[in-house]
Design a protein around this ligand. Sequence first.
Ligand SMILES: *Cc1c(COP(=O)(O)O)cnc(C)c1O
Length: 367
Amino acid sequence: MSTVSAAAVEACVASVVRADVQSTRAYHVGDATGLLKLDAMENPYGLPELVRQEVAQALAGATLNRYPAPDAVALESALRTATAIPTQASVMFGNGSDELIHLLIQATCQPGDVVLSPVPTFVMYAVSAQWNHARFVGVDTLPDFSLDMAAMLSAIAQHKPKVVFLAYPNNPTGCAFGIEEIQTLIQAAAPGLVVIDEAYAPFASHSFMPHVLEAPNVVVVRTVSKQGLAGIRLGYVAGASAWISQFDKVRPPYNINVLTREVAAVILRHHEVLDAQAQHLCMDREKLSTALKNMSDVLEVYPTHANFVLFRVGKPDEVFNGLKKQGILIRNVSAGHPLLAGCLRVTVSTPEENEQFLSALRKVMAK
Ligand SMILES: *Cc1c(COP(=O)(O)O)cnc(C)c1O
């Protein structure tokens, strides 16, 4: 038997795969080989030797031949000790919060139902809505990236979204929306579900987690990724058990593998290590912001409540490529939304790496 021609396969693909999938470019994760990676809000700090040894031990003892147990009891208990999740709230884990965003839409939206978000924001809300046949409605923020409340309220009244995603703090802007404004939106969106995405909670001064049971239509989504564990892929959603038990029905069984469970449980028992790292990053974030503000060619530096800084320059593509030539990878978000014109996003890192970035930026700007 001979292998079929590529053209024959292409013909089948073309007639079967969704047209919108075929016309989409794959989510681009840039090749960072040899570059200083300041593009993805990763924590630059490693773990102390003692914790690493505990991780190694837990992994050595992991039951690899069995499917994961249905309930991640040890993990959930470590998480609840490390985090202020209300005792009465239920928790469901996801393979990263990306998976949870997908599952929340899947559990709520029929084809054509609306998922709404202020934009610019995290792109996965729109992507997940599309793949679930929901309709994404983005409502522009004001130019300072705060909420346009009049526009949000009228869009909610018009579209009656099944789900409203609010990234708090927002990515890629770093902005923390007003607390009372969010409360107003929660009331206006009811019975629609408001998902507060707190991916950057470790770097923010306020959280909705303690208040998640105070309204009937709110859940809080979190991830350990930005906190220092991006590699293990673990997110969670907390809220009233009536919501969580419905989401749980669309969750693929065994979505959190045993290795992730073991590692996360050990490290969350040492959460003070991650907390201290987050505190350092918050202090260094202020230094980085100040240094950027002092550069005359940086047109604007936006206030941030996350572990990254958004800033505006005159020629974002030139600056981005110039930095890359100097071995530094940041994120060029300037084409992502009209309000982001000229904007670049840099992850806060160690003092040394922040300095490396700043001196490369000075060189690039001087040209
Ligand atoms: C990074 C990010 C996520 C994704 O987190 P994972 O758990 O790594 O999938 C979710 N929401 C926002 C706002 C983010 O910035």
